[in-house]
Ligand binder design. Structure first.
Ligand code: CO
Length: 459
């Protein structure tokens, strides 16, 4: 049997329309989605939290509770960036624990936990607390290609995550770089190493995804991430119905209800058309981009590099910056190129090219990275480069999270005063201070207006 995770409410929503689906837009279809027979629905985490507060004027916690209520029979899943929770800053351990507990309390069943560097020290607290809270931790590999990202090293990581108590292993291929052959080899190696379900996650960006899934399934993958057809393809996942159809024909039972999938697709079709018409869904994100296969650099990073150089009025430096990027990545110990390391490496490459001298202009983020604040790098950082960047500053020994203040929660609570009604409000503020404060202030004003209005009525 092979099961499918539906990503339309989180990753597909995020990849194609910048997470702009408000709750009301998908509420009517939730009960049908609940009947479809998915392994799980990815509905929360990633950018959904930030976008709810920043653009949709929605309380992300309330959204989660409402989805939970409408989908009592389906496992709800979220994406968590380990020690960074949902953003890029590093949080102290007690905040990570509180956030995980609150997520489970509000309805999450499966937390997919990843780290940009695959540093298990950034995963372990989140994994431990997820398991303790009674939910399933899915330990994710941030998939990348480099001389140190060997099957052997991936297997080592998988075994470490298994020892931490994860209930499944996810191969998270953010950029669509996982090829059918490599998927077959990697899934086989993981299946040989641990007795855990393997989940595959990829994007259609490079056009490989359908083939990659098929070879992964052949090698024994248990779950694949797909998106209902109107929100599939391009930078999103492969279509749920297509894979379900193909797998069934090949003799795999998916447990999916064809009728339900048909209704879900019919529901999302006009929504896709609407977002295409209003420009939120850019047709460019629906095309196949094979350039990143050649450079082994995620598509988003290539376009960022180019737009950065255009902004600096030196678009002709693109080739040079492109050549510098893998060199910087090697100096930095081959980090997977995913946010935030993709930005760090890309910016550094541009600076090196513009300055005409390598590591002359160095951002505070690169300095923090070299000090070890982001965690252990896959390979050691080039010692000469590190010395040039840090000077006499010593790198951190051990976990950066343990050097952070332990009164973050209390301080935030104090700062918010009566703006925060629940622990969840405080956590929203810790995750996204300015947007959450604005949201909570407006919420309070709204409530007070209602109150003033009723007084006027009495008069
Ligand atoms: Co993704």
């Amino acid at each position: 049997m092979i099961r499918l995770t539906e990503t339309v409410l989180r990753d597909a929503n995020q990849s194609l329309i910048a997470t702009r689906l408000p709750f009301e837009k998908f509420e009517p279809i939730l009960s049908e989605m609940d009947k479809a027979g998915y392994y799980s629905c990815e509905v929360w985490g990633g950018a959904t939290f930030d976008v709810c507060l920043r653009f949709l004027n929605e309380d992300p916690w309330e959204r989660l509770r409402k989805i939970r209520e409408a989908m009592p029979n389906t496992k709800l899943q979220m994406l968590l960036r380990g020690q960074n929770i949902l953003g890029y800053a590093h949080y102290p351990d007690d905040i990570v624990r509180r956030f995980v507990r609150a997520s489970v309390k509000n309805g999450i069943d499966i937390i997919r936990i990843f780290d940009a560097l695959n540093d298990v020290d950034n995963l372990k607290v989140a994994i431990e607390e997820t398991v303790k809270s009674g939910a399933m931790a899915s330990g994710a590999i941030s998939y990348t290609i480099s001389p140190v990202h060997t099957l052997e090293n991936y297997v080592k990581l998988v075994k470490e995550m298994a020892a931490m108590g994860v209930g499944s292993i996810c191969i998270k291929d953010m950029a669509g770089l996982l090829t059918p052959k490599n998927a077959y080899d990697l899934v086989s190696a993981i299946k040989d190493a641990v007795d855990l379900p393997v989940v595959m996650h990829t994007h259609c960006t490079t056009g490989l995804a359908f083939m990659t899934y098929l070879k992964g399934v052949e090698a024994g993958a248990d779950v694949i991430d797909t998106a209902i057809s109107p929100f599939s393809g391009g930078t999103s996942q492969p279509a749920t119905e297509t894979l379900s159809y193909t797998l069934r024909e090949l003799g795999y039972d998916t447990g999916l209800d064809k009728e339900a999938l048909h209704k879900i697709a019919a529901y999302f079709k006009p929504i896709r058309a609407e977002y295409l018409a209003n420009g939120t869904l850019n047709p460019i994100s629906l095309t196949t981009d094979t350039e990143c296969l050649q450079y082994q650099i995620p598509g988003g990073m290539l376009s960022n590099l180019l737009s950065q150089l255009k902004m600096l009025n030196v678009p002709d430096k693109f080739e040079e910056a492109l050549k510098e990027t893998p060199k910087v990545r090697e100096d930095m110990g081959f980090p997977p190129l995913v946010t935030p390391t993709s930005q760090l490496v890309g910016n550094m490459a541009v600076q090196n090219v513009l300055a005409g001298e390598r590591y002359k202009n160095v951002s505070s983020e690169i300095k923090a990275y070299c000090r070890g604040e982001y965690g252990k790098t896959p390979a050691p950082i080039n010692e000469e480069v590190r010395k040039k960047i840090l000077g006499d500053v010593k790198p951190i020994e051990g976990r950066y999270a343990e050097t952070l203040p332990t009164d973050t929660f209390e301080k935030a609570q104090e700062k918010l005063g009566d703006l925060a009604k629940t622990e969840e409000d405080v956590l929203s503020y810790i995750a996204f201070p300015s947007v959450a404060e604005k949201f909570l202030t407006e919420r309070k004003a709204k409530e007070e207006n209602v109150w003033t209005f009723s007084i006027e009525e009495v008069k």
